[in-house]
Design a binder for this molecule. Structure first.
Ligand SMILES: Nc1ncnc2c1ncn2[C@@H]1O[C@H](COP(=O)(O)OP(=O)(O)OP(=O)(O)O)[C@@H](O)[C@H]1O
Length: 645
């Protein structure tokens, strides 16, 4: 393989027969990305991707389904000098679990949480190349483009979303001298399992069709799964179904499945139950189908209340002891079964969507769709089609089969309109008409009756928007049948219980937060509210070494938060100062005149840095990486420590 690398450098092409075609193409791409295959020089991290905490937040669902599967996989290969890795679509490593010795070895080549294994940064490797090619792959020893990765044997399989896009990858990496006979099969099966669980949870309120070419194939990992709206529109499918039914990306949210199955929707929906039935596909192949509708499904064990326990509804279950929050929940519970529109107000990140979902799950429409639309996130030109849908061929560039629209997707359930204050005036008029007439008219189509509960949310004061003429007053009164305001995190009395509850989501080992850090976090102003707290705790969990660090502590925080925690400007102010505090973000807190951190904090930081330097053999880059902070921060601390000595 040394020779093959040399040949590639000298001739710009792969040595014939040194690698299979797929790997040869990947080596070629790596060369074109400007990567030198020899030497151990530090590689530049890619620019433009998400930070670890942003990616953890964005991929929270995939991660929650991957974690138990990864633990199970690791249980099968434990002690084999190996690790299991989950990466996001950008090949950034989100979570690892493995043998301690191998994790340490892997860290030396950056195979660690937060690092990117994008092919253009690390050359041919199982994770980056599997994601690049959207196909499972094994890369053995010297087949890695970078010579320094030659001690690895890696097998990765991409994980796909319900619409067939790559969402990330799962990988088994180990020492190349160990046996990896079934690693690729294990990674591929794990990816399928994660996808299927994710698909079923994401569309738990949709009609589900299970399919396979043999009746015995149903309910096995080899089955295809398709999810449909009640009107038969294709919403999602797993990889097996995409292959079996030859689905294309433009089929999602557009195709009426009955056209592909050659069976009328009414027949299909009537044939629910355990017994499979058969259909013929347009190309003559026979398929066994089993159809499930949401009302027939047995709720999962986790949500079935024990007979002797009083049933906790979702609102009560998310109560962690704050008076303001509890009052809001109690008031809302009284209107849940009435046709009253609910308006939730509160700063960004206080949990308005989570609260809206809990209302839905606690009310009579639970089990029906909950459809969330963020009015601020959709370009103005697309909101209309997104909300109201459009008829087939309504406009150039539209999907062939038309689109149902989010309002109709919420049929029977709840429509949640987030950031409603950002809805353009023209669409406010159309929305008002839908609410008055209880009918929606898709673009280019005719009116269709709709029935849904409406919950909207805003972080701005809607009454001000009305006074300034940016929001229609008649729509405001329609939305504001009843309104509640959720407290900002800095106002809540249940910080410790909330943090503990959040931690339990990502770490089932009962990890705690070191007491002095918890006190500092409790006193912080949290401009990003619960979203920021969730992201901080999740990153800290990912950076903690479970084998040696029993609690989350200062070194597990990003440097800007540590600086902010030490800045008096970012702490909760006495009443009356709250408005000023609200404007401070972590970044801005950095820019504020730097207050000297308290001596105890300085000491902790120095100790953490000294330890990381010792662990990293004196290498500053390595220590910075271990701590998740910049090299500049380390140099600054070292300079201060020198001055103080
Ligand atoms: N009760 C809760 N328990 C645990 N985590 C929560 C809770 N409420 C909110 N979060 C966390 O905060 C994040 C933001 O919540 P949510 O999207 O509901 O806020 P929001 O107020 O709707 O924000 P925005 O105004 O920006 O849309 C969630 O993704 C979750 O990580």
């Amino acid at each position: 393989m040394q020779l093959a690398r040399r040949h590639l450098l000298d001739h710009g092409a792969c040595l014939p027969s040194a690698l299979n075609d797929r790997l040869a193409r990947s080596w070629q791409r790596s060369l074109h990305a400007g990567l030198p295959p020899f030497g151990g020089r530090e590689l530049a991290e890619p620019v433009g991707g998400l930070s670890l905490s942003q990616s953890l937040e964005q991929n929270a669902q995939m991660l929650s389904f991957a974690r138990p599967v990864m633990d199970f996989m690791y249980g099968q290969i434990r002690g084999g000098d190996c690790m299991v890795v989950l990466a996001d679509v950008d090949s950034m490593l989100l979570h690892t679990v493995g043998d301690h010795g191998f994790l340490t070895k892997a860290q030396r080549v950056e195979l660690r949480t937060g690092a990117s294994w994008r092919e253009s940064v690390r050359g041919t490797n199982a994770i980056g190349t599997a994601i690049e090619d959207a196909s499972a792959l094994q890369v053995r020893a010297g087949e890695h483009y970078l010579e320094r990765n030659g001690f690895l044997h890696c097998s990765a399989a991409p994980i796909f979303t319900a619409q067939g896009a790559v969402a990330g990858a799962i990988d088994i990496s180990g020492d190349e001298r160990a046996s990896h006979m079934h690693a690729l099969g294990l990674a591929s099966s794990a990816a399928r399992l994660i996808e299927n669980n994710w698909l079923k949870a994401r569309y738990r309120d949709a009609v589900r069709v299970h399919l396979h070419s043999a009746a015995e194939g149903l309910d096995t990992p080899a089955e295809g799964i398709v999810v449909l709206s009640e009107s038969g529109t294709l919403l999602g499918a797993n990889q097996e179904a995409i292959r079996a039914l030859r689905l294309a990306p433009h089929d999602f949210f557009a195709l009426q499945l009955e056209t592909r199955l050659q069976e009328r929707l009414a027949h299909l929906l009537a044939r629910t139950g355990r017994e499979p039935h058969t259909v013929r596909l347009p190309d003559g192949r026979r398929m066994f189908l089993r159809v499930e509708r949401p009302t027939q499904r047995t709720p999962s064990r986790a949500v079935v209340p024990e007979a002797h326990e009083p049933r906790l509804d979702a609102l009560a279950a998310s109560d962690t002891g704050d008076t303001q929050w509890r009052r809001a929940a109690q008031q809302v519970r009284r209107i849940l079964d009435k046709p009253i529109a609910l308006l939730i107000q509160g700063e960004s990140g206080v949990g308005k969507e989570v609260f809206a979902r809990a209302c839905h799950d606690s009310g009579p429409r639970r089990g029906r769709p909950f459809v969330a639309v963020n009015c601020a996130a959709i370009p103005e030109s697309l909101i209309e089609a997104e909300l109201f849908g459009y008829a087939p061929g309504a406009y150039t560039g539209a999907q062939k089969g038309g689109s149902l629209g989010r309002i109709r997707e919420a049929e029977g359930g709840t429509l949640f309109l987030d950031e409603i204050g950002d809805m353009p005036l023209l669409l406010q008029t159309r929305l008002l008409r839908v609410l008055q007439e209880k009918k929606v008219t898709p673009l280019g189509g005719t009116p269709v009756p709709v029935d849904f509960a409406l919950v909207s949310a805003t972080h701005c004061v809607l009454a001000d928007a009305v006074a300034e003429g940016r929001f229609r007053s008649d729509l405001y009164y329609r939305l504001n049948g009843f309104s509640v305001k959720l407290p900002a995190l800095r106002e809540r009395e249940d910080f410790d219980a909330l943090a503990t509850r959040m931690l339990a989501q990502w770490d089932d080992g009962g990890v705690r937060i070191a007491p002095d850090l918890l006190a500092a976090l409790r006193g912080y102003a949290w401009p990003g509210n619960l979203r920021q707290l969730a992201s901080v705790l999740q990153t800290a969990c990912a950076l903690r070494d479970p084998a040696h660090e029993p609690a989350i502590d200062w070194p597990h925080l990003a440097s800007d938060l540590r600086d902010a925690l030490a800045s008096p400007a970012a702490r909760v102010q006495p009443a009356g100062k709250a408005a000023e505090t609200r404007a401070i973000s972590v970044g801005q807190a950095n820019a504020a005149p730097e207050a000297a951190p308290p001596a105890a904090l300085r000491k902790i930081a120095h100790q953490a840095i000294a330890q990381a330097l010792a662990d990293g053999g004196g290498n500053v880059s390595e220590a910075a990486r271990r701590l998740g902070i910049s090299r500049q921060t380390i140099y600054r601390h070292l300079k201060k420590a020198d001055a103080e000595a």
